[in-house]
Design a protein around this ligand. Sequence first.
Ligand SMILES: *Cc1c(COP(=O)(O)O)cnc(C)c1O
Length: 378
Amino acid sequence: MPRTGQHEHSTPIYPTSGFIFDSAEDAQRIFADEQAGNIYTRFNNPSVDEFVEKICLLEGADEGIATASGMAAVFLSFISFLRSGDHVLASRSLFGSTHAILTSILPRWGISHTYVDAAASPGEWEENIMPNTRLIYLETPSNPGLDVIDISMLSALAEENNCLLVVDNCFATPYLQRPIELGADIVCHSATKFIDGQGRTLGGAIVGSSDLMEEVKMMSRNTGPSMSPFNAWILSKSLETLGVRMEQHCKSALEIAIRMQKTAGIASVRYPFLDSHPQAALAKAQMLHGGAVVTFEVEGGKTRCFKFINALRMLSVSSNLGDTRTIVTHPATTTHSKLADEDRALMGISDSMIRLSVGLEDLEDIYSDILQALEASK
Ligand SMILES: *Cc1c(COP(=O)(O)O)cnc(C)c1O
């Protein structure tokens, strides 16, 4: 964004709902798209545009929009492209509210879906493509199962079948993974997580090619899930530290994952860059590092999980993730509690599973709190 006459170093915030026109003729030309200009913050705003431009550069996308939350971005990436009678082929390993959109909301408008296991073979994905499949949707790594899905393989399948490939890149961020380079058509984000990275605000983004983004922009401008200028300013600043934060998050997460494998009381550990992860080779090919989230199963089921959580002293018990502070979540009873038991089982979310979003604290402090809480939960 160009500096104002004040020569500020940090960009200003533009907390304005509307903009003024120099003349009636200018207003007419700006509305007719014959002249560039700001109209109204539901359409665009300089603070929001700055954030969007940065996300587009990071993701290698032509254009994008920012939304008030990640779910607004996910919802827009469906409704901008789907019509009654269309079908969505989706990975089963999805964020809880995304699952709710597919199973409870889109069917109201006659939009159906089929789930495929994240670890399915290319053949299994292909078998489930129907003549009316319009969109393939996935998260990788998935929340909270950390399944890794082959974006290039699905982009080839989407292209052969004339579908769009939409990737929720929330867990990886463009610092670790760039789905558009791997053939994805649309990337959506919950900026609430690692993009903010400090647990302060909600936000979302959608990016893609200019022609596809036309549809998304039309939908967003008219339905109004816009990001506020203040939140955009916060998130835009956060992007300046995304790389260093992700480096540190991932370094600590890998080390915690390695140590947890040898920690007493832990039944299993899952992390995309651990050799024990079934898709470790794919994760290493597709991502720069393994991400900031580690999941593990505690011996002793839900009872011990709850004791473990209640015994933590430093780590935060929260349902959020992607914060400077390490967050512990019990997905089965919180973020994924609304799912049917069999869906949770298919997604690999057991009652013993703990999701750890590794923060930026000292690694030894994080690990020793885990150890003392495990000891106390015996
Ligand atoms: C949190 C999350 C969302 C939803 O984002 P909000 O900002 O909470 O609306 C979507 N997808 C994934 C993978 C998430 O982790």
